[in-house]
Design a binder for this molecule. Structure first.
Ligand SMILES: [Fe+2]
Length: 241
C-alpha cells in the first residue's frame, strides 16, 4: 500500500543499526517486499556514533542510494536523523543546523531516554516548537517518562506528534511497551508508525506481523494514516492529520 518509514537504522556503519552494505541491501529488500516505497533512515545523532556527524550521514545516504539503484531496488531514501531531545539538540535548532525529516526538514525526529527520568517532557517539546520545528517523538511506549498516566497526552497537547514503533504491538520491546502502545493507540495519540528497524534479521516477517497486528487492533484506515499518509506528509513538510 505504498508504505513510508521515517524511523529506521537502515544505513550501515553509522550507529547500532545495519553494519554492512549487504545488511542494508537485505533490509531494504525486505521493506520493499512489504510495500514500502520511501524510507528516511534515521541514524542516531549522537557523538558516540558516526551517525552524529551530518556529513558522514549524508555521504552514507548517497552511497546507499547508489547501492540500491545498482541492485535494482526502487526504494527511495530520504535524509533524516534520530535526535536525543537534549540541550545540544535545542542549541542546534537555535543555530539552524538541526537535522530534520526528509528534504523538507520541517519535522524533527526526537527521542527521550528509555530508562532515565525526564523533568518536563511536554516543556521540552514546546521548546522545540518555539524554535520553529515540528517534533515527532519516537516510540514513547518505550520510554520511562511516558509510563506516568497523562504524560503522553501532555506532549501531544504541547505540539508533539507521537511515533509508534509498530513492533511494540507484537511484544518486540517487551510487555510494558506493548501495553502502553495499545493504550496510546486506543486513545488516538499516535500520528506516525515506524519500524525502528536495526538490521535485516527476520525483517520481512516481523514487520509484516507488526503491520498485520496494527491493522487488526486499529483498523485499515488507521494503518494507512500511521504508516502511509502521515509519514509521507512529514517527508513533504505538510501538516499531519
Ligand atoms: Fe531508532
Amino acid at each position: 500500500m505504498d508504505l513510508v518509514d521515517i524511523h529506521c537504522h537502515l544505513l550501515w556503519g553509522l550507529d547500532d543499526g545495519c553494519r554492512t552494505p549487504e545488511e542494508t541491501l537485505e533490509a531494504a529488500r525486505a521493506m520493499a517486499s512489504l510495500g514500502y516505497t520511501d524510507v528516511a533512515p534515521s541514524p542516531h545523532a549522537q557523538a558516540r556514533y558516526a551517525g552524529g556527524d551530518r556529513d558522514a550521514s549524508a555521504a552514507r545516504l548517497a552511497e546507499a542510494r547508489d547501492r540500491l539503484r545498482d541492485a535494482g531496488l526502487g526504494l527511495r531514501l530520504h535524509p533524516n536523523a534520530e535526535n536525543p531531545l537534549d540541550a545540544g539538540f535545542l542549541a542546534s535548532l537555535e543555530r539552524g543546523d538541526a537535522r530534520g525529516v526528509g528534504e523538507a526538514e520541517r519535522f524533527v525526529l526526537v527521542e527521550f531516554p528509555f530508562a532515565d527520568r525526564v523533568e518536563d517532557a511536554a516543556g521540552l517539546v514546546a521548546r522545540v516548537r518555539a524554535r520553529g520545528a515540528l517534533p515527532i517523538v519516537a516510540h514513547p511506549e518505550r520510554c520511562l517518562c511516558f509510563e506516568e498516566p497523562g504524560a503522553a497526552g501532555a506532549v501531544v497537547r504541547a505540539g508533539g506528534a507521537l511515533q509508534l514503533n509498530i513492533g511494540s504491538l507484537t511484544g518486540r520491546h517487551g510487555k510494558l511497551a506493548a501495553e502502553l502502545a495499545e493504550r496510546f493507540l486506543g486513545e488516538g495519540l499516535y500520528a506516525v508508525g515506524g519500524t525502528d528497524l536495526h538490521g535485516p534479521f527476520d525483517a520481512a516477517d516481523w514487520i509484516d506481523e507488526a503491520l498485520t497486528t496494527l491493522e487488526r487492533v486499529a483498523g485499515a484506515a488507521e494503518l494507512a494514516r500511521l504508516c502511509r499518509d502521515n509519514p509521507r506528509r512529514a517527508l513533504a513538510g505538510e501538516a499531519l492529520r
